[in-house]
Design a protein around this ligand. Sequence first.
Ligand code: FAD
Length: 463
Amino acid sequence: MQAPHSLWWSTLPDPVVPRATLREHLDVDVAIVGGGFTGLWTARELKRRDPALRVAVLEQSVCGFGASGRNGGWASAYYPLGDDAVIARHGNGAFDQLRRTLQRAVPALGEAARADGIDAHFVQGGSLKFARSDIQARRLRESVDTARELGDGPEDLAWLSESEAVERARVSNALGATFSPHCARIHPARLVRGLAEVVEALGVAVFENTTVTRIVGARANRSPEAITVGASVHARYVIRATEGFTTTLPGERRRVVPIYSLMIATQPQSRSFWDEVGLRHYETFADGRHLIIYGQRTNDDRLAFGGRGAPYHFASTVEERYDDNARVFALLARTLQELFPALEGDISHRWGGPLAMPRDHSPYVLVDHASGLASAGGYTGDGVVMSYVAANSLADLITAPETATEFTTLPFVQHHGRPWEVEPLRWLGINTGLGLATWADHVEGHRHRESRASHWLERLLAG
Ligand SMILES: Cc1cc2nc3c(=O)[nH]c(=O)nc-3n(C[C@H](O)[C@H](O)[C@H](O)COP(=O)(O)OP(=O)(O)OC[C@H]3O[C@@H](n4cnc5c(N)ncnc54)[C@H](O)[C@@H]3O)c2cc1C
């Protein structure tokens, strides 16, 4: 399996040398399938709670091969499910606990990496979301009003006027922006590769180029098992941490859908560019359109920029060729140039990968003590911090099953969402939604001011 051609991968300080493949049967306490943030943070948190635990990580490629080594590097307190939906499903108390846990988790993640000696280029400069039309301005102002009603103060989410916004980042056509301090920028591959080394030093066995073909729960006198091509691992618990690749495992086809997010990076920009553009505190940036875009200023002064818009592939298939989509790369390059007309030089890197979206948009952490099967994921595009929180939930549930902790009482813990529809309904529904979001952005882009069509589309997308 090829390592992705991401900027992150090509700017790692050390070459990636694959670890050993698992070739013989193994007995451990916890077997973790997947060497991304979820798998590796969980291994770390298990060993921190109980150093005697025997833990193994089984990775089909190399650690960080998945979304964890390819993402936009927003370590944010964002949650994939809207605030209203969290409150409707779980109540105000649960919403408040979730929000504060995620807000605390942003600096906690940075501190954990620092304590482990990982230089992940973590800078908590906050996040800017620009309004670049009247419609976006209204939507973003409303989001600030809603946040106030739900108890967030200006220190959590603020509206910046046009001059305040462009003082932070000179984005074209900006009418204002929201600013949240609860976001840091990271170099994701440095973090995930560093974590693999950290867990090995804690005594975790990490196997690479080791594909798990089947996960089997406990049955008559047999412990749960992770079965690979040439061996199997028996454990008290087997944790599935496969996120965007989950549908490639037997029986998991409708658990989540793989959604492709694609990214580009520019050459390093000159001092005069940054003098004009700003982003002096490494704020991450986006705007108020429907189809998500995200960007950051990297440590070596490039812009790394990504967005959705690649199609969903029939039957939830995951293939390396889907990481590459010339139409989406061209659209991203055009959008970035529009945001920053002073941009210099060519695009140096293009890459992408699958993230996982559950049917009800809610992440999940599941531990079944009877079968010994556990899993975590469904973070959609907010998995950098969510995976760290989910790992803490998993580690608490496994090492102290009787004790309720701040991580085991969160609304996504033991949350069983419903499966996705069968095909071709899944394909039709998801691609229609993507098409509508693209069309709505097009309509809004052409009508600076609000129209009946834009209101109608907005209601349709919100529903
Ligand atoms: C382009 C892109 C941009 C993103 N940007 C952001 C962002 O800025 N902020 C944010 O919060 N989130 C972002 N996300 C989402 C975030 O990266 C993920 O939610 C997070 O990394 C998930 O971590 P994970 O460990 O659960 O999954 P992954 O990192 O995908 O790890 C799963 C691992 O499991 C392995 N695996 C799968 N199947 C098997 C098997 N059968 N046997 C053995 N190993 C297996 C895979 O090879 C992979 O390494 C982005 C995602 C993408 C794709």
